[in-house]
Design a protein around this ligand. Sequence first.
Ligand code: FDA
Length: 311
Amino acid sequence: ARYAPGMLRKVILAAAGSQRVERLVEGAPVSRNLVRRFVAGNSSDDALRCTRSLSDQGLAVTLDFLGEDTVSPEQAEATAGEYLRVLDALHAAELTPAAEVSLKLSALGQVFDDKQAYEHARAICAKASEAGTTVTLDMEDHTTTDSTLEILHRLRVDFPTVGVAIQAYLRRSEADCRELAVEGLRVRLCKGAYKEPESVAFQSRLDVDKSYVRCLNALMSGPGYPMVATHDPRLIAIAEDRARWFDRSADEFEFQMLFGVRPDEQLRLVDLGYTMRVYLPYGTQWYGYLMRRLGERPANLGFFLRALRSR
Ligand code: FDA
């Protein structure tokens, strides 16, 4: 059957939010191959091993402990504890500052207690700073954007290197980028991975890409540190062009891609002298992450089905 890519994306993103589908998929033996392609492994040892191998290839890393939509304070506490431990381990293994960490505030309980999420994030930032590295806040669905930006600003008072992701598909993002284009602020520009209503987000690829370029202009022309997170060859070329136009040297911005996606292109950009940071997830809660990756690229669905058949 043929599906319009947009429709397929909607179906997959709907499945991403469905606990019934989650149980089905997690139960399937499938998942191991596919998971291994996009996720470092279940444990922090796997994460460290994978970080070292990427770092040996000249790639920088941002490590993400998988988990989102935490529903209890205990779960939030456990997630924070894992970040503290893995930062110690990265430091001990001398993998900092090449590796930093990415943080989903929802995994720290943002939805039910944003004060507590802030306190956990603060402890993680302090540990990162002790370990000689830093933190980037992921951006989740649009209902959390204001709270995430507010927490970012509070964290930056004591930890000025903490950065944040901005999603080009949100209509508000061009204005956010102008405000965030300030000295030293690390902003990761991505297209956006959640299912969002038309009232807040551009729906067509073309509109999202145009917004991405406007956001890129705002960031590249300011004094901050843009992190260009995309696999899109056209946007990568435009980012290189803008960097030249605004006279940015290779250490005044960076590229970022997801682990397992376009690995050859990652190394090509390293060879050109750019910083390329790989977003490397680990942990057992890979379901939501993986479903968003499938939604982005139906070709990955073929990979998924082949893995199923080969069992
Ligand atoms: P898109 O998916 O539109 O693909 C554009 C083009 O890129 C394709 O046409 C193809 O040419 C090429 N391409 C893409 N995937 C490929 C593949 N597997 N193989 C070969 N070519 C491929 N989202 C979010 O909402 N909050 C966040 O905090 C983050 N954080 C984040 C960090 C980092 C480092 C990255 C790279 C991404 C995120 N994202 C994110 C996800 C992001 O919003 C987005 O969903 C994905 O990056 C996919 O969008 P692309 O920009 O790659 O373009």
